[in-house]
Design a protein around this ligand. Sequence first.
Ligand code: MD3
Ligand code: FE
Length: 214
Amino acid sequence: MFEKTAPPKALEPVPGTRIWPGLLSRQSQEELVATLRAQIVENPLYQPIMPKTGKPFSVAMTNFGDLGWVSDRSGYRYEDCHPATGRSWPPIPGRLQALWADLTGYGAPPEACLVNYYGPHAKMGLHQDRDEKPLDAPVLSVSLGDTAMFRLGGQERKAPTQSFKLASGDVLMLSGPSRLRFHGIDRILPGTSTLLEKGGRLNLTLRRVTDPAR
Ligand code: MD3
Ligand code: FE
């Protein structure tokens, strides 16, 4: 995608955390939303529940790719089928696969694309992403729709945090020393984007789940 031009400049607020503000043009965002909508028809967003308590997440989720992240009473894990439909997850859209190849430099394709939908009151508490085997693989996130207040902490829950806005078209990569940082979404800012007709925010997170064969 950037064969002829240098990749656009990223902010690196802490080592291993890179933010490309507005990397995706409005047109690419619209094309991506059209693809997502088409794939969400047969692979619907659903409301996962927290392990043990059974409390529902405020974020609705679905997945694309060979493996999808799910949460239910028994815990968090990756599964190869949608828990409600029993069907395989649809493929990760080509545009996202290309973004992973261009930005991560990781020698294997992503296996999972978690789709998170935030309505006006949804949030995601501070957590670590540690259900994946290869921790040397980056995580790549694409934000679409309303702006979110993103909180990034340290490797321990009690470490100090800093907050960033993530707007539509922004791309975020967490790698190396940032891969195990605590992070969360405090809130979204309703009405900040016209991309999604009914408002809200979609976040797409690409991950490698298993160690690549070698
Ligand atoms: C920082 N999603 O799905 S994406 C998640 O906006 C998740 O929906 C948020 O956290 C969202 O697990 C944040 C940005 C993100 C993703 C993975 C990270 C930040 C991260 C892993 C380590 C540190
Ligand atoms: Fe996370």
